[in-house]
Ligand binder design. Structure first.
Ligand code: F6P
Length: 543
C-alpha cells in the first residue's frame, strides 16, 4: 500500500511550488505568457475546458500530474472498471460505468458479466416507456397517462429532477412531470393538487425501498390515488411502478414486482440517474434519446479510462480542485451554468461531490490531515450575477468557479444567446483580471471611491464550453463530474462511495418522532437544548 498523498515527496514539491508562486497574479501570468490562453486548455468527448484562468502554470500542472501518478490513481481507475470492491466500508464494487456500457461489453461482478442484466432492464424500461408515451398503457379507469410523479429523495430525486429539467427541450410536452422528495407534506400535496388520479402514474424510486421520506410519500401517493379511483386496490398496478434494488420491500408495499425496474447494489444512489432510477427521464425523452444520453456517459468513461492524465478532463479538473482546496486554501467551489435548463445541476453536484468526498478518514480509518471535498454551490448565470457575484468579485473569500456554457442555444431568441455567452465570458475575464486602482483612477473616479470600485481579480475559474445541451452532452457532463469526484477521492485515499454521515440524524429523528407523538411526556433523553425544543413543540401542538 502506498503512502498517503500528503506524505509523498510530490505533495511537498507542490507545497514548495505554491510558496514560490505566492503573490503571482493572473495578470502577470498572462502578460508573461501570451500562449497561455490557448495552451492551458483541453478538449475531449465534446467538452472544451479552458483552465488558463486557474492560478496554475505548466509547472503546477506537471507537478499535479506527478502527484496523481504517485498516488496510484491509474491502479485505482483500473480497479473501479474491473469491478473490484473499492467501496470498502460497504464491501461493494462501484460500477456505474457498467450502466452505460454497450451491449457487447463484459464487466464482471463475482465472475458474472453484468452488462446483459443492465440491457435487459433498459429494454424493459423502453417497452414500458413506449407504452406510456403512445397511450397504450392505460390507467385503471381506461384513461391514458398524462402525469408522471417521481417519488424519491437524494440520488433517487436529484438526478431525475435535474435531468428532466436539463432535457426538457427534448421531452414529450404531452406529459406533465412532478418530483416529490421532501417529507414535508407540502411537497406531495402541492405536486398532485391539480392532477387527475385517473391520469397519474407514480414512479416510486428508492434503492433501498426503506427511506423514511420516500416511504411516507409513497403511502400518501397510494392513498391519494386510491381515494380518487374509487378505492379499488387493483388500481395500484396501473398507477404505480417501482425502481429499486429491493424486490422484497417493493412487493411488501403492494407493487407487483412485474412493475419493478431493478438495479444493483454496485450502483450508488448519487451515481444512479442513468440506471432504472432514470425511468422518469426515459418517459420524458423516450428510449432513443435516453440511449443517446448513455452514449455520452460512455464516451466520457472511455476518455477517463484511457487518456493520459495530463490530457484527461476529469483528472485535470480534479487536480485543479485539489490545488485550490489543499494548496491555495479555497474551500468552496461555485458551479455557474450559463444555461437555464441546468438550473438544478449545482444541487445535483452538491450530492455527487459532497456526499462522496465529505469524509475525514481514509479507507483504513486514519484521519485525513488535509481538507477534502470542496463545498459546492451555485446558481445559473446570469441570475447569480445580480445576487452573490458581488462576493465573488470583491469579497474577502476567494471562490473558484466552473462556468458552463453552450455555443448554440436550444431556444434561439433575438440576441439572447449572444448576451448570455457574452456575460459568461465577461465574468471569467473580470474575475481573473479585475480592475486595478490605477485603471479606476484613470477613469476620473474620485479618490474616496477608488477602493470601492477596484476589483482585485486573481479569482480562479474554469470555463467549460459545449456545443448544445443534448442528451449526449448531458451524459458527458455528468460523467465528467462523476470521474472528477472519483479522482479527488482516490488522491485523498477516502471511500467516495459510502455515506455513513447521514445515519446519526436518521436514528435520532426516529427517536424524536416517537417523543413528539407519544401521549405522555417522554422521559428526558437528550441534551437540555433538544429536550426543551421537543417539549416546546409538544406544548405548542397541544394548545
Ligand atoms: O441518506 C442518504 C441516501 O442514502 C443517499 O445516498 C441516497 O441517494 C438517498 O439516501 C436515497 O436513498 P434510497 O434511494 O435508498 O431511497
Amino acid at each position: 500500500m502506498s503512502a498517503p498523498s500528503w506524505e509523498l515527496p510530490e505533495w511537498r514539491a507542490l507545497a514548495a511550488h505554491r510558496d514560490g508562486m505566492a503573490g503571482r497574479h493572473l495578470r502577470e501570468l498572462f502578460a508573461e505568457d501570451p500562449g497561455r490562453g490557448s495552451r492551458l486548455t483541453l478538449e475531449a468527448a465534446g467538452i472544451f475546458l479552458d483552465h488558463s484562468k486557474q492560478r496554475v502554470t505548466d509547472e503546477t500542472m506537471r507537478l499535479l500530474v506527478q502527484l496523481a501518478e504517485a498516488s496510484g490513481l491509474r491502479e485505482k481507475i483500473d480497479a473501479m472498471f474491473r469491478g473490484d470492491r473499492i467501496n470498502v466500508t460497504e464491501d461493494r464494487p462501484v460500477l456505474h460505468v457498467a450502466l452505460r456500457a454497450p451491449r457487447g461489453a463484459d464487466i464482471r461482478v463475482d465472475g458474472r458479466n453484468v452488462v446483459p442484466d443492465v440491457h435487459e432492464v433498459l429494454d424493459r424500461m423502453a417497452v414500458f416507456c413506449d407504452r406510456v408515451r403512445s397511450g397504450a398503457w392505460l390507467g385503471h379507469g381506461g384513461k391514458r397517462i398524462r402525469n408522471v410523479v417521481n417519488v424519491g429523495i437524494g440520488g433517487s430525486d436529484l438526478g431525475p429532477a435535474m435531468a428532466y429539467l436539463a432535457l426538457r427541450h427534448h421531452a414529450d410536452r404531452n406529459l406533465v412531470f412532478r418530483f416529490v422528495s421532501n417529507v414535508d407534506g407540502t411537497d406531495i400535496v402541492e405536486a398532485v393538487s391539480d392532477l387527475d388520479p385517473a391520469e397519474t402514474l407514480f414512479v416510486i424510486g428508492s434503492k433501498t425501498f426503506t427511506t423514511q421520506e420516500t416511504m411516507a410519500n409513497a403511502r400518501a401517493a397510494r392513498d391519494w390515488s386510491l381515494a380518487g379511483l374509487g378505492g379499488d386496490g387493483r388500481a395500484v398496478a396501473r398507477h404505480f411502478v417501482a425502481v429499486s434494488t429491493n424486490a422484497a420491500r417493493v412487493a411488501e408495499f403492494g407493487i407487483d414486482t412485474a412493475s419493478m425496474f431493478g438495479f444493483w447494489d454496485w450502483v450508488g444512489g448519487r451515481y444512479s440517474m442513468d440506471s432504472a432510477i432514470g425511468l422518469s427521464t426515459m418517459l420524458a425523452i423516450g428510449p432513443d434519446a435516453f440511449r443517446a444520453m448513455l452514449g455520452g456517459f460512455h464516451e466520457m468513461d472511455e476518455h477517463f479510462r484511457t487518456a493520459p492524465f495530463a490530457r484527461n478532463l476529469p483528472v485535470v479538473k480534479a487536480l485543479l480542485s485539489l490545488w485550490n482546496v489543499d494548496f491555495l486554501g479555497m474551500p468552496t467551489q461555485a458551479v455557474l451554468p450559463y444555461e437555464q435548463y441546468l438550473a438544478r445541476f449545482p444541487a445535483y453536484l452538491q450530492q455527487l461531490v459532497m456526499e462522496s468526498n465529505g469524509k475525514r478518514v481514509t479507507r483504513d480509518g486514519a484521519p485525513v490531515p488535509v481538507d477534502t471535498s470542496p463545498i459546492v454551490w451555485g446558481e445559473p448565470g446570469t441570475n447569480g450575477q445580480h445576487s452573490f457575484y458581488q462576493l465573488l468579485h470583491q469579497g474577502t473569500h476567494i471562490v473558484p468557479a466552473d462556468l458552463i456554457a453552450f455555443v448554440r442555444p436550444l431556444n434561439p431568441l433575438g440576441e439572447h444567446h449572444e448576451m448570455l455567452l457574452a456575460n459568461a465570458l465577461a465574468q471569467a475575464e473580470a474575475l481573473a483580471f479585475g480592475k486595478t486602482e490605477a485603471e479606476v483612477r484613470a477613469e476620473g473616479t474620485p479618490e474616496w471611491l477608488v477602493p470601492h470600485r477596484t476589483f482585485p481579480g486573481n479569482r480562479p475559474t474554469s470555463f467549460l464550453l459545449l456545443d448544445r445541451l443534448t442528451p449526449a452532452a448531458l451524459g458527458r457532463l455528468v460523467a465528467l463530474y462523476e470521474h472528477e469526484t472519483f479522482t479527488s477521492g482516490a488522491i485523498w485515499g477516502i471511500d467516495s462511495f459510502d455515506q455513513w454521515g447521514v445515519e446519526l440524524g436518521k436514528v435520532l429523528a426516529q427517536r424524536i418522532l416517537v417523543e413528539l407523538t407519544s401521549p405522555g411526556d417522554p422521559p428526558p433523553s437528550h441534551d437540555s437544548s433538544t429536550q426543551a425544543l421537543v417539549r416546546r413543540c409538544r406544548a405548542a401542538r397541544r394548545s
